[in-house]
Design a protein around this ligand. Structure first.
Ligand SMILES: [Zn+2]
Ligand SMILES: [Zn+2]
Length: 351
């Protein structure tokens, strides 16, 4: 029985083209006690592989967190399967705003310690004591109020290309880092302000809101289903859209456009631009914003140094990489001192 992905990304892309069918990209998560994550994982793989599901799914004893795509005409079967699992019945499936048939090219279901790498020790606070969930309409009302502090719970490279108007966007690389910064900066407002938070699909706020309540914040709210669900509700109920720019996503689409505003700049020339790319030098792979002009001039590289390396024969490049370890550890995601127009986001803020 096949329990693991076998096709390469290229083979898969060809199959998707050949099938000529529309695929749906969606995401969901659920915190629930899973006794044997490995058995559950295998069960999911067999069922979802048969439905031609592709994506990245994490299963842990604390629950499941999935981002995936599937042929649109198999959605009902997928939904039936989801509903057949007691703790997944009727969960919200966040359907992507921008669809792309190649958002995922492999089915990877992994057993992890946690479904969100949050860096928190869950035994030290009550994770069930969460903030109040609000939908798009109530969220809009809340963020208009003077008594509200709106905080973006995502990382710098996410909020740089899109965020809610007037949101605080911590200049952080990780979720864990943002918690301390926010707590410290807002410590004098634990009781007198509404702390309203949001993230991509809602999962980070599930933890963050409980953490801030544990730290003494009295009025904590979180955007239900995150930016993705907010956008859906705004369209469905014809509400005012308060989100500017693009919603960064963790698949091959990279981002979905929510409003036409371009709030970021090319990191190399400073012109307005808000689409990320990865440096073509495989040893670097830096995530950064590069306009089409710079992309052409720099051959999709982040620096002349990377251009030089990228022009070497592949075998030479490999030799150079030897002993350098994983490239993702060498470079911080989306930061390099030599990129002159990388925005400094607000880290210390006055309320
Ligand atoms: Zn440029
Ligand atoms: Zn580079």
């Amino acid at each position: 029985m096949q329990l693991y992905n076998k096709l390469s990304a290229k083979e898969r892309a060809e199959l998707i083209d050949k099938a000529g069918k529309n695929r749906l990209t969606l995401s969901f998560y659920q915190y629930a006690k899973i006794g044997n994550p490995q058995i559950f994982r295998n069960h999911l793989f067999i069922a979802w592989n048969a439905l031609d599901v592709l994506g990245r799914i994490y299963v842990a004893q604390e629950g499941i967190n999935g981002q995936l795509s599937l042929p649109a005409d198999r959605f009902n079967e997928f939904k039936q399967h989801i509903d057949s699992v007691s703790f997944l019945k009727d969960i919200r499936l966040n359907i992507a705003v921008d669809q792309n048939n190649k958002s995922f090219l492999k089915l990877k279901i992994k057993v992890r310690d946690k479904i969100l790498a949050d860096g928190l020790n869950d035994d030290t606070f009550d994770v069930r004591n969460k903030g109040i969930h609000v939908g798009a309409k109530q969220f809009n009302q809340l963020i208009e109020g003077e008594n509200t502090i709106l905080v973006d719970m995502r990382n710098h490279y996410e909020s740089e290309i899109g965020h809610f108007k007037n949101a605080i966007t911590p200049d952080v690389d990780t979720f864990r880092e943002s918690l301390d910064i926010i707590e410290d900066d807002l410590k004098s407002h634990k009781e007198d302000k509404n702390l309203v938070m949001y993230c991509t699909g809602g999962i980070r706020c599930e933890k963050a809101s409980a953490y801030f309540k544990h730290k003494g914040f009295k009025n904590v709210f979180q955007l239900e289903g995150g930016i993705i669900e907010y956008t859906r509700q705004v369209k469905e109920h014809d509400l005012e859209n308060e989100f500017l720019g693009q919603n960064f996503v963790f698949d091959d689409r990279r981002a979905e456009r929510i409003s036409e505003d371009v709030i970021a700049n090319c990191h190399q020339c400073g012109n307005p631009f808000d689409i990320h790319t990865n440096c073509a030098n495989e040893a670097c792979h830096l995530l950064f914003i590069q306009c089409n002009n710079c992309k052409e001039q720099m051959e999709n590289c982040c620096s002349t140094n990377c251009m030089d390396i990228n022009q070497l024969p592949y075998i030479k490049q490999k030799e150079l990489r030897k002993g350098q370890g994983n490239s993702n550890d060498i470079f911080k995601k989306g930061r390099a001192d030599y990129l002159p127009f990388k925005k400094d986001l607000r880290n210390i803020f006055e309320v």
